[in-house]
Design a protein around this ligand. Structure first.
Ligand code: AMP
Length: 459
């Protein structure tokens, strides 16, 4: 709770290190060993046909066709596989709290193993500041990974050990290098460090969508050493195919739900969405800056006064483009930023002095859910309120259920970025939407129209 309070006070976006999103892996899952070949071929055709278009309009990232992971010959090759094993762990017991990111990488790891390749796994883990630190060691995930792939892992504590032991690894073995961020050169995108990493393998596969927006040595510079033998894994491909489904040609009506704490974090994504969405629902703390911009009184709700002009400009552009913007007309207001404080349902435009909106109210829930139920494509980024506290979770929870119901009726639903993936996991609905992205920042940047260095590097 202390975290939440300080987060609210400074209106600061906190990087979610926990609970991590769950990726529905329907397509990759069918690709593991033993899948009927016909299913695999259907998958290849689907992905092949969607790839070339997937990237050009976003950022022209793929000017050349990337190497196809499914057909590449891995036999006896040492495969440098960048994964995202940045899972939440208990800070005292080091127990993994959510292993979904590890599971999400399994189809790619297993494909390499089943094709006689030797995966050499590279990952970051948390944000170490000054070199090795036990709490950020990948040693804590080794036994879980061994259970999942049913093989012992050769864990190398540093690059020297990896260079030494890497010489003798054989098909059937799997090697994991300690947290690449124990080397400051990783985040600096250091070329010499990238070269050292590259020398460990014969080819490079990037499956770390969650890190694709980082120009780090193991996500970007390393690829320079593999002019042709570089490609994306199944997870990365699935993430891009899902984003592409919305960015390219979303089935209309397309509704984007944008929430969370700060307008400033979401300006670019909203401006980009104005070009493709039919409706944009704005909830969470960021909604109050829009309401204030329209002349409303928002009490002590989250407010970015320096973003009032931006909010007005977004509302203006939406009108010009014929995009419906939906703001909450009522809120659950609280007398203080505490879970068990006094609350009241109030019109969002007239929140009493010193009270703050911490969730959307019942009328807003009904209206937002109605918009969602009529949509064919839905993108959700950011919660509707302080969903971490049960008393302020209803708005987020109701929309999560509305998304699940829309999915069951055939709509395409993509959840990711900010805390919305944690929220949908909290309500145990991850398996009832089309896709929950493993990428927070990466997904956001993709929808902002930015080029992702980790993807560009594979071209
Ligand atoms: P983001 O990381 O931008 O998606 O923001 C997520 C955070 O916004 C969560 O921790 C929520 O508790 C917080 N949040 C959502 N709505 C509000 C609100 N009305 N007031 C304060 N914080 C909020």
């Amino acid at each position: 709770m202390i975290n939440l309070i300080s987060k609210h006070k400074c209106c600061k976006k906190v990087q979610p290190e926990s609970p991590l999103p769950f990726t529905k892996l329907f397509l990759p899952r069918i690709l593991t060993k033993g899948s009927p070949i016909s299913i695999q071929i259907v998958f290849l055709l689907l992905t092949k046909s969607s790839f070339p278009e997937a990237f050009n309009p976003i950022n022209n990232a793929f000017t050349t066709q990337p190497m196809e992971f499914s057909t590449y010959s891995f036999s006896t090759k040492k495969v440098l596989l960048r994964v995202d094993f940045n899972v939440p762990i208990d800070k005292v017991t080091f127990e993994i709290l959510d292993d979904k990111r590890i599971k999400a990488a399994l189809p790619t790891i297993n494909h390499i193993i089943n094709h006689n390749g030797i995966p050499i796994l590279l990952s970051h883990f948390g944000r170490p500041k000054n070199g090795p630190e036990n709490q950020f060691s990948l040693i804590h995930i080794v036994s879980r990974l061994e259970e999942l792939i049913q093989k012992p892992i050769i864990f190398c504590k540093n690059l020297e050990e990896a260079e030494r032991r890497g010489k003798d690894v054989c098909p059937g073995e799997v090697m994991l290098l300690e947290n690449v961020r124990f080397y400051p050169e990783e985040t600096q995108g250091d070329l010499a460090f990238a070269e050292r990493l590259a020398s460990l393998g014969d080819c490079y596969v990037n499956d770390a969508f969650g890190s694709a927006h980082r120009a780090h040595a193991s996500t970007t510079q390393i690829a320079l050493h593999f002019p042709t033998d570089k490609m994306m894994g199944f997870l990365m491909a699935e993430e891009l195919a899902c984003a592409n489904k919305i960015l390219q040609n979303p089935q209309k009506p397309f509704t984007a739900i944008v929430g969370g704490a700060k307008v400033s974090d979401k300006v670019l994504i909203i401006e980009n969405l104005l070009n493709i969405a039919s409706d944009i629902i704005i909830g969470g703390g960021m909604a109050y800056t829009f309401v204030y911009a329209q002349g409303g009184s928002v009490g002590s709700s989250l407010l970015e006064k320096d973003k009032v002009d931006v909010a007005l400009s977004i509302l203006h552009k939406a009108k010009e483009k014929g995009v419906n913007i939906h703001l909450p007309q009522d809120s659950i207001a609280a007398s203080s930023f505490l879970e068990h404080t006094e609350t009241s349902i109030v019109p969002t435009h007239s929140i009493p002095y010193n009270w703050m909106g911490l969730d959307i109210g019942p009328e807003s829930i009904a209206r937002f859910c109605d918009v969602v139920s009529k949509s064919k494509t839905i993108l959700w980024n950011g919660p509707m309120g302080v969903f971490e506290w049960e008393r302020f979770e209803l708005g987020t929870k109701s929309l999560a259920f509305a998304l699940a119901e829309a999915t069951e009726k055939g709509s395409f639903t993509l959840v990711g970025g900010g805390d919305s993936a944690s929220a949908i996991a909290k309500f145990k609905l991850s398996h009832r939407v089309s896709h929950v992205s493993t990428g927070g920042g990466a997904l956001l940047e993709l929808f902002e129209g930015k080029e992702l260095p980790g993807i560009k590097a594979l071209t």
